[in-house]
Design a protein around this ligand. Sequence first.
Ligand code: HPA
Ligand SMILES: [Zn+2]
Length: 331
Amino acid sequence: MDQFIAKLPKAELHLHLEGSFEPELMFAIARRNKVEIPYRSAEEVRAAYRFANLQDFLDIYYAGASVLLAEEDFFDLTRAYLKRAAADNVRHVEVFFDPQTHTDRGVPFKTVADGIWRALCEGEKEFGITAKLILSFLRHLPEESAFATLKQAEPYLDRFAAVGLDSSEVGHPPAKFARVFAAAREAGLKLVAHAGEEGPPEYVWEALDVLKIDRIDHGNRSLEDPRLVERIVKDGLTLTVCPLSNLKLCVVKDLKQHPIKRMLDLGLRATVNSDDPAFFGGYVGANFEAIAAALPLTREDLRTLAANSFAGSFLSDAEKSAHIAAVRAAV
Ligand code: HPA
Ligand SMILES: [Zn+2]
C-alpha cells in the first residue's frame, strides 16, 4: 500500500459484516455446516461478482450469508474482518449487521449477536481496534419486522451504538421506518440510514427530517440539491462514502467522476469506507488508494478524510481528539 495512506490511522464507519464474507471463508463454513453452495471454487464465486445495480449485488450477498448458522460462524466472520482491517491501520470500526437476514432463516438473534460481540471484544485486545455495533433494518421488509427485531435486541441494547437502514433503497423511502426509528432513539440509540445511494435527494431530506438521523450512509445524490448540501454542512453531519462500492454498483461510471473530492470542497464531512469489501474488491486502504489514483486529492485532503472518520464516529469527544491528533502526527 502507498506508504502515506498506510501510515494514516483510520476509522471505518460503513462496513457490513456480511459483506466482508470472503469466498474462502464462505467455503470453509459451508463445509463445516454441510451446506451446499452453487459454486466449485472461490475463483468461481468471485467471477460471479459482476453487478449492474444494488439489487444484483443484494441477491448474491443474501445468498452468501445463508451459510452462516452457528455462533462460531459469526465469530469467524467478524474476526476475519478485524484482522484484515488492522492490516490497513484501522483503529476504530462501527460495523453493521443485518439481523433479519439470519433470524428470517431461523437463526436465533442471540446466536448472531453473541458471535459478533465475542469477536469484537477479543478483537479489541488482539488487534487494538475499538468497535461499535450498528443493528441495521432491512428496508425491503415491512416496518413491523423491524419492530420485531428491535424487540429481540432489547436484552442486548448495551451492545448496540445505533440502528441503521439498508438493502433495496428505491421504493422503500426512509419515512416507511419513522416509528421504529423514533422507538430506537427513545431506547437511547443513535440513528444512521443509507440514503442517496440510488435513491433521490428527497430520500436524504426524509432521513434527516423524518428519521432525524445522526449520520448519512452514502449520501452521494445529495449533491444534486444545493439546499440539501447547505443543510448537511450546517448540521455538521458525516457522510460515509464508499468509492469502490459506488464503482461496482454503477453509482458512478468511473472513479474519475467520483464526487468525494467535490464533497470535501463543498465543506461536507466525507469519510472513506469499504461497505462490502469481499464483494467490491477492496478494504478501506484500497478505497483510499483508488480515489487517490483517480482524483486530484492532496495529502491534506487524505489527512482530512482520515480525521473525518474519527470526527464522524460515535466515540466520545476526548477519544475523537486523541485519534485526530494521531492522524496529524502520523504523516
Ligand atoms: O451498499 C449497500 N446499500 C444497501 N444495502 C446494503 N447492504 C449491504 N451493502 C449495502
Ligand atoms: Zn452499505
